[in-house]
Design a protein around this ligand. Structure first.
Ligand code: SF4
Length: 178
């Protein structure tokens, strides 16, 4: 049973609300994501529509795209990833500063899609950790926005200490990332 107690003196009343440092940081981070669009094929076109005036990703604080891994915190992989490209994708992920998140957009990025062939990576989670998957071939802009909202939920609720945890280090080690 949860017992709600009264706020201590000085922490309630008009113009006040109490929160934690972690939640304040989470709120700032989730509403100012800087995506790096790693778009290789048709799903990338859907992303362009998502950035356009009609769907307007700017409403979610993510209009500042970055093509530099050092200045981005959300890697959006959209399209078919040929095996030849996997070292590049992995390098981009490694170069991104912590904390960082990964959104896999569409069937190709998530599972190889219709390209069940020797030359295509059968899902980017074979080389880097993925936080949210967006299904579809191609997903509509609404689905991409839904994926961003799910990422925002993760970002807003993530513990500030998660990236320093042994569990996170172990996760990276499973992908041979130091
Ligand atoms: S999932 Fe479909 S739309 Fe997206 S890149 Fe692959 S083939 Fe193209």
């Amino acid at each position: 049973m949860v017992t709600i107690v009264d706020a201590p003196d000085g922490f309630s009343g008009k113009g006040f609300f109490a929160t934690s440092f972690e939640h304040a940081i989470g709120l700032a981070r989730k509403n100012s994501l800087w995506p790096l669009p790693f778009a290789t094929s048709c799903c990338g076109i859907e992303f362009m529509a998502t950035m356009g005036a009609h769907y307007d990703l700017a409403r979610f604080g993510s209009e500042r795209l970055s093509f530099s891994p050092r200045q981005s915190d959300l890697l959006m992989v959209m399209g078919t990833i040929a095996k030849k490209m996997t070292p590049i994708l992995k390098e981009v992920y490694i170069q991104m500063a912590e904390p960082k998140w990964v959104l896999s957009v569409g069937a190709c990025a998530s599972s190889g899609g219709i390209f069940d062939t020797y030359s295509v990576l059968q899902g980017i989670d074979r080389i880097i950790p993925v936080d949210v998957y967006v299904p579809g071939c191609p997903p509509r802009p609404e689905q991409i926005i839904s994926g961003i909202l799910k990422i925002q939920d993760l970002v807003g609720n993530e513990s500030l200490r998660r990236r320093n945890s042994q569990q996170y280090t172990d996760l990276l080690h499973t992908f041979n990332i130091e």
